[in-house]
Design a protein around this ligand. Structure first.
Ligand code: DX5
Ligand code: ZN
Length: 217
């Protein structure tokens, strides 16, 4: 059970301090948006490289960017420990996942709420993680979409059936009040932006969310 706070809800003018506040996280979730794949813009390689340099925890780069085949490998090259690209933005997801692993990163693939999970079922050996989005990607603070949970369930069943070790990450609307449903469906990596950075004590919130998830094991 891992908690990855999303720095999308952090103060962008003080990223180093904001990263220090989540030093008990399993990884820092870094949302890269290009105003093309999603209708919002955050930052790109030069800023993520600096985030990586000062972060006390490993980097989980969530790339909401077009042409992932061309644009994702640079994040593995700069040392991000996990690189997630969107299936909808990749022309050759297997080739890209192999390239990310070759560059030393964990390979992770994300799907939006409207994208079926079934095309990934026969490709599980290519990925270290599948991210099932539980909001439409683009913004923090949106409402958790329960309609995405059956995909988490089917994916967990397929992973168990194939005896694989693939993480299932959920991202969007995760808080103390939605976490249990995601855990019960089979997720084991939880991204939380507003729930962590909106709290008075982000580190305590991380510990609380992790303990809440572990209570199911
Ligand atoms: C949304 C991003 C999320 C976002 C989650 O597109 O991928 O990582 O920061 O924010 P919350 O936890 O507030 O829904
Ligand atoms: Zn994200």
């Amino acid at each position: 059970m891992k908690i990855h706070p999303s720095i999308l809800s952090a103060d962008f003018a003080n990223l180093e301090t904001e990263l220090q506040r989540i030093s008990n996280a399993d990884m820092a979730h870094v949302d890269v948006m290009d105003n093309h794949f999603v209708p919002n813009l955050t930052f790109g390689p030069p800023v993520v490289e600096r985030i990586k340099a000062v972060s006390p925890v490993p980097i989980d780069a969530h790339l909401m960017i077009a042409d992932a085949d061309r644009n994702a490998p640079v994040y593995a090259e700069m040392g991000c420990e996990s690189v997630t690209f969107h299936l909808e933005a990749a022309a050759a997801p297997v080739r890209l996942a192999r390239e990310l692993r070759r560059l030393g990163a964990q390979a992770s693939v994300a799907i939006k709420p409207g994208t079926p999970v079934e095309p990934l079922i026969d490709l599980l050996g290519e990925f270290d993680q599948v991210l099932i989005m539980t909001v439409e990607p683009g913004f923090g603070g949106q409402k958790f979409l329960d309609v995405c949970l059956p995909k988490v369930k089917r994916l967990r069943a397929a992973i168990s059936e194939q005896n694989m070790k693939v993480n299932i990450q959920v991202d969007g609307g995760i808080s103390a009040s939605t976490l249990d449903r995601a855990v019960e469906a089979g997720a084991n990596v939880f991204v939380a932006g507003s729930a962590v950075y909106g709290s008075d004590n982000p580190a305590a919130t991380i510990d609380e969310l992790r303990a809440q998830a572990l209570a199911h094991v």
